[in-house]
Write a protein that binds this ligand. Structure first.
Ligand code: CIR
Length: 257
């Protein structure tokens, strides 16, 4: 799939007050902003038109804009984030071009974070997590089916290390997935070539394939060389340390379409 656009949101001063279970210490705001700038720079270099939203101080996690919506074909679904502190982030997405006229707005009792939704061509995997429940997934399922897209749910409760589905899996096009070992041999993935990141590089499983280039979190040399051995020639490694401290990864920082 060829991406032309991305939506990102700037890092708020309140960033360090966001939700986290990572136990990696407090993020450095200045460094987080530098890392964010590099991320946006690369998206632009890869040809994307990047729409930058202003920071939302009252929502420390709002830089993780992926969780607020799901974009499919020509339309979008506005999510209903599972964490109460993140609910209000969605309101500010209603004015965003492309998201301004969503076909679908997910709502209670359904909850869904965009980070639990992975697109693999015409198929969408929806993770059932602490953030996304069956109602939310079913609402999104109707939205997808109406557009002749398919979906399948994956229960993540048995994988406590995965905050979101995309914490543990990325789609690298051509039926290839980069996954954490806990998802190995999952029936939902049996038709895909599985590239398994070493357990001590689990964070690298949240990667992005953008127009032929793999964006990988820096500091995961085994994963990078494994990808090179598999024929991925274009790999860009991005420093993500400050976002990792807040449980966020490469995919979380943008909505791509
Ligand atoms: C949260 O707990 O909601 C944020 N601190 C991290 C969200 C990461 N988003 C994502 O994986 N899509």
């Amino acid at each position: 799939m060829r991406y032309r656009n991305a939506i990102v949101r700037q890092v708020p001063d309140s960033f360090a007050d966001g939700l986290t279970q990572a136990n990696l210490g407090k993020p450095d705001l200045h460094l987080a902003r530098l890392q964010w700038e590099s991320y946006v720079f690369i998206l632009r270099k890869l040809g994307l038109n990047v729409h930058v939203l202003p920071p939302l101080e009252q929502f420390p996690d709002s830089v993780f804009v992926e969780d607020t919506a799901v974009i499919a074909r020509d339309s979008a679904a506005l999510a209903n984030p599972g964490a109460p502190s993140r609910r209000g982030e969605v309101d500010s997405m209603r004015d965003v071009p492309r998201l301004g006229f969503p076909i679908c707005v997910l709502g209670d009792p359904g909850t869904l974070d965009g980070g639990d939704v992975l697109r693999l061509g015409r198929m969408f995997l929806i993770g059932l997590s602490d953030r996304t429940n069956g109602f939310g997934a079913a609402q999104l399922g109707v939205f997808l089916r109406d557009q002749n897209l398919y979906y399948r749910m994956i229960d993540l409760k048995q994988f406590p290390n995965l905050l979101h589905l995309k914490t543990g899996i990325s789609y690298l096009e051509k039926k290839r997935v980069l996954i954490q070992s806990c998802l190995e041999a999952h029936p939902a993935l049996e038709k895909y070539e599985q590239i398994i990141v070493p357990d001590d590089e689990a964070y690298a499983a949240n990667a992005l394939m953008i127009n032929g280039t793999v964006l990988l979190a820096a500091g995961h040399p085994k994963t990078a060389s494994m990808l090179r051995d598999r024929g991925f020639k274009k790999i860009v490694e991005l420093e993500m340390s400050e976002f990792q401290k807040m449980d966020g990864g490469l995919s979380c920082l943008s909505l791509r379409y």
